[in-house]
Design a binder for this molecule. Structure first.
Ligand code: PLP
Length: 400
């Protein structure tokens, strides 16, 4: 009676949700402070003061009709122009609001892109492991295409170009790029981006149609060293999916965009396809109130210091305990290799200590775990001895 695929999808809880629910149950037994929940990517830094001030100002000065009405489907043009101006200022581009389609977060932006680019069920998109697991359902159940996965470069979590090239074929419509990356925290170096652009230009020519980059950028502002190269400046067929979920700690407010730069092949048609995809998905328009808030986001930097402090504390503690990992340069995740080489088993064993970490298997990268360090600093301090105990447990069972 109902679509079997959808029933299954609705029934399956992600591993991350399972862990989160388990943590809530354990909190009732052992107390919230004794559960070390590193499972979710919910920002731990509060939304900046200016966001609250702007909301208050809007409520004080504008009529409810002006605040809560529908906007035009791609978003209020003044807001889109303000976002374009900020991008131009930062990245030396010359966009106008006409290139932006505002969405309910990066997830909706991604779904609109996959839907817009899928012409036939044989179409394919490529994710580069480790990757955000929701891509599979957005591409396959959402757009009716297929997701291929290029195996990870587990040393630095840049791109393994041999693996990527093996995934490309004439059915490839796009490659999903996520830098800074969830779950590895890697930021692609300029050299990686340039090499990626060269590969895709060559393959696009060979296949006689463009392979798009779908650049998933909710962590763009959360970087600790180098800036993330802005992909449209290196590869013309790039669609950018952005949100303020992480940079302004507004994940529940659902606000983001698709940028369709004028450089993309058949840009007008591409933009129309994004609008059409949004329409077919029933998006109507991005939340009006938060459109008005993010119009003022230009010039405000994301608060990354608390995350940097957590990262340094965690990296130092885990290094001393004998874990190996690539030091994350962005986002708020650490992705160490686990002793024993099995992320699922490690995650299960960690639960004995009320330590909740996500197995890397779901991110297409076995033998690792994801630790979300968007938590209180004290949680990390108190969890480090438990990570050490776990490592010792593995070391002593290896000796036996
Ligand atoms: N892409 C990645 C890599 C993410 O980690 C997330 C959320 O955690 C999203 C997309 C979805 O972002 P949003 O909440 O803005 O829809």
């Amino acid at each position: 009676m109902f679509a079997k695929e959808m029933v299954e999808l609705g029934n399956q809880r992600s591993v991350i949700r399972e862990l989160f629910e388990y943590g809530n149950q354990r909190a009732k037994v052992v107390g919230k402070e004794n559960v070390f929940d590193f499972s979710l990517g919910n920002p731990s830094v509060p939304a900046p003061q200016w966001v609250g001030d702007r909301l208050q100002e809007l409520l004080d000065t504008q009529s409810p009709m002006a605040l809560h009405s529908y906007t035009s489907a791609p978003g209020d043009m003044q807001v889109r122009n303000a976002v374009a101006t900020d991008l131009n200022h930062r990245f030396g581009t010359q966009y106008s609001g006409e290139s932006l389609y505002l969405t309910a977060g990066a997830a909706a932006a991604l779904c609109a892109c996959f839907r817009a680019l899928t012409e036939s069920p044989t179409d394919e998109f490529v994710a580069i492991a480790p990757y955000f697991p929701e891509y599979k359902c957005f591409v396959e159940q959402g757009a009716g295409a297929t997701l291929r996965v290029a195996e990870a470069d587990t040393k630095e979590f840049q791109i393994d170009f041999d693996q990527l090239e093996q995934c490309l074929n004439p059915n490839t419509r796009g490659v999903i790029v996520n830098s800074p990356n969830n779950p590895s925290g890697a930021v692609y170096h300029l050299e990686t981006v340039q090499r990626l652009a060269q590969l895709l230009e060559r393959k696009s020519k060979e296949y006689g149609h463009p392979i798009f980059i779908i650049s998933d950028e909710p962590y763009r502002e959360i970087v600790y060293t180098e800036e993330t190269p802005f992909l449209p400046n290196y590869y013309k067929d790039t669609l950018v999916c952005y949100s303020w979920s992480k940079s302004l700690s507004l994940p529940g407010e659902r606000i983001g965009y698709v940028l369709v730069p004028p450089t993309v092949t058949n840009a007008k048609e591409a933009y129309d396809a994004i609008c059409g995809a949004g329409r077919s998905l029933g998006y109507v328009n991005a939340p009006s109130l938060f459109q008005k808030v993010i119009a003022c986001a230009g010039g405000h930097k994301a608060e990354v210091e608390a995350y940097r402090k957590n990262r340094d504390l965690l990296c130092e503690g885990l290094k001393q305990a004998g874990y190996s990992f690539a030091v994350p340069q962005g986002a708020f995740y650490l992705f160490p290799a686990v002793p024993g080489g099995n992320g699922e088993e490690f995650s299960k064993r960690a639960m004995k200590y009320d330590l909740l970490v996500v197995p890397g298997e779901g991110f297409g990268c076995p033998g690792h775990i994801r630790i979300s360090y968007c938590v209180a600093e004290d949680t990390i301090r108190r969890a480090l001895p438990l990570f050490t105990k776990l490592m010792e447990e593995y070391q002593s069972s290896a000796k036996q």
